[in-house]
Design a protein around this ligand. Structure first.
Ligand code: TXA
Ligand code: MG
Length: 334
């Protein structure tokens, strides 16, 4: 089967929705990363997702809807869930709630809770509306690879395994949704993501952050993730001189190398004066820009046969928390 990349037109939404209704898989753009969708209420279709990705079947899927009212098809809404939904949905937030009986266990890997999310991206919205059902969808990458933020990334991983990819351009955020567990009376953060925890706390109150030593509550977090073939060396935010020293050391050995980080104009001037090869440097202008492009640049590094990537962290503020988390994970350090 040759995989087709579909432009987001009315006819193509219909085509994609028909594939879902027939129990097939369709990859689609969201504001975070591309998802690999199936009808959440069709057990056989959901099982195909695990096969296509090579995903362990103890790792549950998020169910996507186009409207808050539809969440009740799969989960039990609590007052706190309604508050979170009203403030942050549609948007890059997933909430974990008690699941309803009729949702197949294959979606939740046997858990009695389910993650639900309402994407704000237009392609995702139109597609889900056209399907008229909940769409179970993990990120549309092969397991352990960086999440896809462009249609071509999905194609590179899943060509021949699915019929359609709904192209919605580059994902605006570039990192996955933030996941909150609202299934008990506490609010717990299960995964850092595109909505900063500060924003969530300002509306919902104190959020409990699970320490690393505790059993991961989000099963997916125990697996190696977001990893390129290259080895990643992580540097603290601001360690520009240290990065440059390492760069020149590796350059002397002719190691294929790339450097990722946020650089301002003065620092770029310094780079030029130091005589680096600017082709080796991916210069982001902000943390948002870094988050938006991180996964794409990890994939690009593989295409260039990069052996070592020097990744500079950012401050742990706003989107920086999720970005640093993904850099550590890509480096295999978390
Ligand atoms: O932004 C996103 O969330 C993207 C787009 C496509 O929506 N999806 C995504 O899905 O990142 P995935 O499958 O790659 O990551 C979902 C994470 C996994 O770590 C999984 O273990 C966790 O959510 N999860 C899903 N259901 C859960 C549940 N009931 N309890 C705890 N964790 C859950
Ligand atoms: Mg994923």
């Amino acid at each position: 089967m040759e995989t087709l990349i579909l432009q987001p037109t009315k006819e193509n939404y219909k085509l994609a929705a028909t594939e879902i209704k027939n129990g097939g898989l369709v990859a689609f753009a969201t504001e975070t990363v591309y998802g690999l969708g199936a009808d959440a209420f069709n057990k056989k279709a959901v099982e195909k997702i695990f096969l296509a990705k090579g995903r362990p079947n103890d790792n549950p899927l998020i169910v996507h809807f186009s409207d808050i009212a539809d969440i009740e098809k799969a989960a039990i809404l609590t007052p706190m869930a309604i508050k979170a939904a009203e403030f942050f949905m549609p948007g890059p937030l997933t909430i974990v709630l008690q699941k309803k009986e009729n949702l197949p266990n294959a979606v939740t890997a046997g858990l009695n809770t389910v993650g639900v999310r309402i994407p704000s991206n237009k392609t995702a919205q139109e597609f889900i509306k056209e399907c008229g059902t909940g769409i179970a969808a993990p990120s549309a990458n092969t397991s352990t690879k960086p999440s896809p933020t462009k249609a071509i990334h999905v194609y590179d991983d899943l060509n021949g395994k699915i019929k359609y990819i709904l192209d919605g351009g580059e994902c605006e955020k570039g990192l996955e949704s933030t996941i909150l567990d609202l299934s008990s009376d506490k609010i717990r953060l299960l995964r850092q993501g595109a909505i900063p925890i500060e924003d969530l706390e300002s509306v919902l109150g104190k959020i409990e952050i699970i320490s690393k030593s505790e059993k991961p509550l989000s099963p997916g977090m125990k697996y190696r993730h977001y990893a390129p073939n290259a080895k990643i060396i992580v540097f603290n935010s601001g360690e520009k001189i240290k990065i440059l020293n390492e760069y020149f050391k590796l350059k002397q050995k002719d190691t294929p190398i790339r450097v990722l980080g946020v650089w301002n104009n003065n620092q770029i001037k310094m780079l030029k004066e130091a005589g680096v090869d600017l082709k080796d440097f991916v210069l982001f202008c902000s943390d948002q820009d870094y988050a938006h492009n991180l996964y794409a640049e990890l994939r690009q590094s593989d295409k260039l046969n990069t052996e070592i990537i020097l990744c500079e962290l950012v401050s742990n503020i706003g989107i920086g928390c999720a970005l640093n988390n993904r850099i550590f994970k890509a480096a295999g350090q978390e």
